[in-house]
Design a protein around this ligand. Structure first.
Ligand code: ADP
Ligand code: MG
Length: 210
């Protein structure tokens, strides 16, 4: 079964929505043959600093090696569990289109669909969340797992580098979008739609030459 690629700006609510989707799917898979998995930067202990280009001078070979390593770890984790009977919710920035393409190809290789769940929110809202987390860290307050802040430059840079999904491309479709203000009812509608498309009776059959 499918690979659900969650994507969005830093601190836009990806983990919040990915967990809501996971809870939703957990109920739906009970009367199906599917197994459910949740993979995230946090479950793989990938630090926010791997995305920080300023942490390493751009000209050194190690500049993006850490991000490459992170992607290799994510790829390995997805590959280990993804089959036509496994649903994988992948909660990570997934902001590079070439990377989403690679994940899409991996799903296709195991003859299972992939889709994108884009988390939308305003820049101000997302930034506020990060600023609050930075503040909490500065005060020495405890950070919950998954609530590590991004350094300010890293955050800005990730927003700048973000490659918006394009539903006209194979690898960014089908595309589902949840925005910050979507209430429970609206969110459920989107999740129902997602389920129908990738797991329901209308599910597309994946052929290797497609
Ligand atoms: P990300 O995984 O993208 O870094 P998080 O899911 O950790 O973002 O969310 C950041 C914060 O914003 C969390 O504290 C969460 O409670 C809050 N949040 C996320 N989405 C929403 C939303 N739709 N409405 C209100 N608060 C939200
Ligand atoms: Mg997160």
């Amino acid at each position: 079964m499918p690979l659900i690629i969650v994507t969005g700006w830093p601190t836009s609510g990806k983990t919040t929505r990915a967990k809501q989707l996971h809870d939703y799917l957990a109920k739906r898979v009970t009367d199906s043959n599917y197994r459910l998995h949740y993979i995230s930067d946090d479950t793989l202990s990938i630090s926010r600093t791997v995305y920080d280009l300023s942490a390493n001078p751009a000209h050194t070979r190690s500049a993006n090696a850490s991000e490459k390593d992170a992607r290799a770890a994510i790829y390995g984790a997805v590959k280990r569990v993804l089959t036509s009977k496994d649903i994988v919710v992948l909660d990570s920035p997934n902001y590079i289109k070439g990377w989403r393409y690679q994940l899409h190809c991996e799903a296709k290789a195991v003859r299972t669909p992939s889709c994108i769940l884009q988390i939308g929110c305003s820049k101000d809202q997302a930034k506020q969340v990060n600023d609050k987390r930075l503040e909490r860290r500065a005060k020495g307050e405890d950070q919950l797992e998954g609530e590590e802040p991004y350094e300010e430059g890293n955050w800005e840079n990730l927003v700048f580098r973000y490659e918006e999904p394009n539903p006209m491309t194979r690898w960014d479709s089908p595309l589902f979008a949840v925005v910050w203000d979507d209430n429970e009812e609206q969110t459920k509608k989107i999740f129902d739609d997602l389920w129908e498309t990738i797991a329901g009776s209308g599910r597309k059959v994946i052929r290797p030459n497609q």
